[in-house]
Design a protein around this ligand. Structure first.
Ligand code: GDP
Length: 188
């Protein structure tokens, strides 16, 4: 791979309800950091990250866009989705409402994005309901199997993650990127 900065540039969008952790996932991916109290008015809009897909021997530059607090406007639509190859559809495993609302977000993606877009459903904040006796735990409202089942029904990839601990954050992007590279190989 000597001399090659990257083989592909892929646009990703991150969508889902306010406060599910979209900005935090983006910051974790690009900056390996976590902010307990991010300023909601300073929504991170964009981040870029190089990842390697070893079995393909490929370096991929991810360009990730976050809705950055515009969830309530729902006017982002076409320009936001244009050219996107991947989408993280995020809910909070401690908020059933955010999981139910993911249906509306998916409908929006389906309406506006390229039909070949790869979408991964991400159940975020699993650190909150881990069983380690730390303070600040919250009960899980969406069992893993339920997220998994709905993702399967809708043809989405699926992962549970934590922007706080970092668990599965890069893995979510890598999983989606693998799927996109497979589609590119098949000429889709
Ligand atoms: P957004 O509105 O979807 O972009 O959500 P933010 O990234 O602003 O996060 C909303 C709140 O949830 C903030 O207080 C974050 O610190 C917190 N948060 C985000 N991700 C996680 C996570 O994985 N675990 C925990 N415990 N808190 C999180």
């Amino acid at each position: 791979m000597a001399g090659v900065a990257w083989h592909y540039v892929l646009k990703f969008i991150i969508t889902g309800d306010a406060a599910v952790g979209k900005s935090s996932l983006l910051i974790r991916l690009t900056d390996q950091r976590f902010l307990n109290n991010p300023d909601p008015t300073l929504g991170v809009e964009f981040g870029s990250k190089l990842i390697t897909i070893p079995e393909e021997n490929k370096v991929v530059k991810l360009q990730c866009w976050d809705t950055a607090g515009t969830e309530s406007f729902r006017s982002i639509t076409r320009s936001y989705y244009r050219g996107a190859a991947g989408c993280l559809l995020v809910y909070d495993v401690t908020s059933r409402q955010s999981f139910l609302n993911a249906r509306t977000w998916l409908a929006d993606v389906r309406e506006h994005a390229d039909p070949h877009l790869t979408c991964i459903l991400v159940g975020n904040k699993i650190d909150l309901c881990s069983d380690d006796g730390q303070p600040g735990r919250r009960p899980r409202e969406v069992p893993t199997e339920e997220g998994e089942r709905w993702a399967k029904e809708e043809g989405l990839l699926f992962v549970e993650a934590s922007a706080k601990s970092g668990e599965n954050v890069e893995a979510a992007f890598v999983q989606a990127t693998r799927d996109i590279l497979n589609k590119i190989k098949r000429g889709m």
